[in-house]
Design a protein around this ligand. Structure first.
Ligand code: ZN
Length: 266
């Protein structure tokens, strides 16, 4: 089973289209939330996401833009964008976002290798999708300390998360301890990918990165592919028409900062 992992699209249609064009063949799509908020194409991105027939986990911006949560925890720019999004969403998309499930959601199983780990059959281990963290959909897993807190409390081998807009993740096993996974690319301009083999005896938290508003210093759109039979993840970065996404933000009279940050990857 090859699962395309998309997260934090944030109403950026140009970035989403670039990812879908670059994505290798896959069997299903898992969307880790924050489909809308910040970007100027919330309806187009929601329509496109819905048409992919994905498994969806809601994000905090999806909740806020669908009126499920107050905006008091948002900074002024995020709150402005959420209010704007609420106003432009079609009633159908608004209701669809409102009905999204919260994580963690099981998205499949590890298919191989058939090893016993801690007395469990590794090949039957479920894989989960969350927006923030398994314990709290709004919690950020930013530091190794944050990740350790999650990895040590749970026996789940593999969880995919989003919310931080930082591609990569964290791992924990008895031999190497806790590690940060940071894909290191060669360029800042080209389409690139990095293959990463997973070890069945290691627990992982893996973030495919943000499609529509990366914050890891790389402006290119980020996504990942999980191959459950090979037990491997491939991280991708693809350039997209950022000027077009910025122009839509200016035309919508959303805060300039939301356009400027796209090119900075911050
Ligand atoms: Zn987000």
């Amino acid at each position: 089973m090859r699962i395309l992992l998309l997260s934090d699209i944030h109403g950026n249609l140009e970035a989403l289209e670039a990812c879908l064009s670059a994505a290798p063949p896959h069997d299903s799509v898992v969307n880790l939330g924050d489909i809308v908020g910040y970007g100027a194409s919330p309806n187009e991105v929601t329509d496109r996401s819905r048409a992919l027939g994905s498994v969806f986990v809601r994000g905090n911006h999806d909740k806020a833009c669908a009126g499920l949560e107050g905006l008091e925890y948002f900074n002024p720019i995020a709150a402005w964008a959420a209010l704007w999004t609420q106003q432009v969403l079609t009633p159908e998309n608004y209701e669809w976002l409102r009905a999204l499930p919260s994580g963690p959601l099981p998205i499949g199983q590890v298919e191989s290798p058939a090893a016993k780990i801690d007395g469990e059959d590794a090949a039957a281990m479920p894989v989960y999708a969350v927006h923030g963290s398994p314990a709290d959909e709004d919690e950020y897993i930013i530091t190794l300390h944050d990740a350790l807190d999650v990895l040590m409390r749970s026996s789940v081998r593999l969880t995919f998360f989003g919310h931080t807009h930082v591609q990569g993740g964290f791992s924990l096993n008895s031999a190497d301890g806790a590690l940060v996974l940071n894909p290191s690319y060669v360029t800042k301009t080209n389409a690139e990918q990095i293959d990463f083999s997973l070890d069945p005896a290691t627990r992982y938290l893996i973030n495919p990165g943000s499609v529509g508003q990366p914050r890891d210093g790389d402006w290119r759109s980020a996504f990942a592919l999980f191959d459950s039979a090979a037990y491997a993840v491939t991280f991708f970065r693809v350039p997209y028409n950022v000027e077009s996404a910025q122009k839509r933000i200016y035309e919508a009279k959303l805060p300039d900062r939301l356009a400027l940050r796209l090119k900075e990857g911050r």
